[in-house]
Write a protein that binds this ligand. Structure first.
Ligand SMILES: C[S@@+](CC[C@H](N)C(=O)[O-])C[C@H]1O[C@@H](n2cnc3c(N)ncnc32)[C@H](O)[C@@H]1O
Length: 290
């Protein structure tokens, strides 16, 4: 079945077939898990249907089972996977989310890394960066820290599986309420206000945007390259969507990308308990590579 053959008139599209068969849900859940690591237990069926409804409207496909037939046939997977993944990922994020991490970074991790790697540009990776608030926060922290050390330099890699969030992140344009948690002094330096105040949005400064490189990267991939080893990796609020074996694989690969003694930050509601990793804990949800 092709996408085109499924398109319906706008009147007909008012009555999208509202339910997915058990068989198709299982197949879809399996595909999402294998591809992204995201668990999709039966209790999430209604949520999945809700998230895919917009996709059905955009494609003009009349029902979830037709959507699955399209997805799992011919070139469906190749054409549709990116959109399916955009729909199923949860992208909630904030500037200075879990602020203790940034305090720890400025007060402990950066001075320590500077001592151990003198004269080397620091490399940071936000590995599930969503719409960009996390890597731009890292850039603000780095800029503040390096203000008194003008010859030092750094680079931030920011990656995510969802192409939709990466598009927003690259633009660096947000609704103005998102910067509420940003301290006033940093807001003045790095956040640009619109010329027309009726446009209730802000933009991250070109200086900050120039320090962050965005790319699509699937943490489930068996191999990937991020260049030279990283000094700091943030992998926050994505492990919660993975089961233990997936967490083990994802974090093992991240550890391979860290310099010895490099830092790993995970989300406050996440844990590495029960996983076999070359890490020692140095603060709540902060680890160093052994
Ligand atoms: C809740 S957001 C967390 C954003 C940010 N780290 C924070 O803590 O504010 C989770 C992000 O993980 C991404 N994600 C989910 N599975 C992924 C995978 N297999 N590889 C890379 N990113 C993934 C999602 O697209 C989403 O943007």
């Amino acid at each position: 079945m092709t996408l085109r053959s499924q398109r319906q008139s706008p009147a007909a599209s008012a009555s999208i077939d509202d339910h997915m068969s058990q068989r198709n849900f299982d197949k879809l859940a399996r595909f999402i898990y294998d591809y992204s690591g995201i668990k999709m237990p039966p209790s999430k069926q209604t949520m999945l249907e809700g998230r895919l409804r917009r996709r059905l409207r955009v494609t003009g496909i009349m029902g979830f089972d037709d959507y699955c037939e399209y997805l799992f046939n011919e070139d469906g997977l190749q054409a549709e996977t990116v959109y399916l993944i955009d729909a199923v990922t949860t992208n909630k994020t904030d500037f200075f989310r879990e602020p203790n991490h940034f305090k720890y970074m400025a007060e402990h991790a950066l001075p320590e890394l500077e001592r151990n790697h003198p004269g080397r540009p620091l490399r940071l990776w936000s590995s599930a960066c969503s719409t960009g608030a996390e890597p731009y926060t890292l850039a603000m922290v780095m800029e503040s820290y390096l203000e008194a050390r003008p010859r030092s330099n750094y680079a931030i890699l920011a990656t995510d599986l969802s192409t939709e969030v990466l598009e927003t992140a690259r633009k660096g344009i947000y609704g103005n309420e998102i910067v509420d948690p940003v301290p006033q002094a940093l807001r003045q330096r790095f956040i640009m206000q619109p010329v027309d105040p009726r446009r209730r949005e802000i933009r991250v400064s070109p200086k900050l945007r120039s320090k962050v490189g965005f790319a699509r990267l699937n943490l489930m991939d068996k191999t990937y390259s991020v260049g030279e080893p990283m000094h700091i990796i943030f992998c926050r609020n994505v492990l919660i969507y993975f089961d233990k074996p997936t967490q083990q694989n994802v974090l093992s690969r991240l550890c391979d990308c860290l310099v010895p003694d490099g830092y790993l930050f995970i989300g406050h509601s996440e844990t590495v308990t029960g996983l076999d990793l070359p890490l020692r804990q140095v603060a709540n949800t902060v680890f160093r590579k052994i």
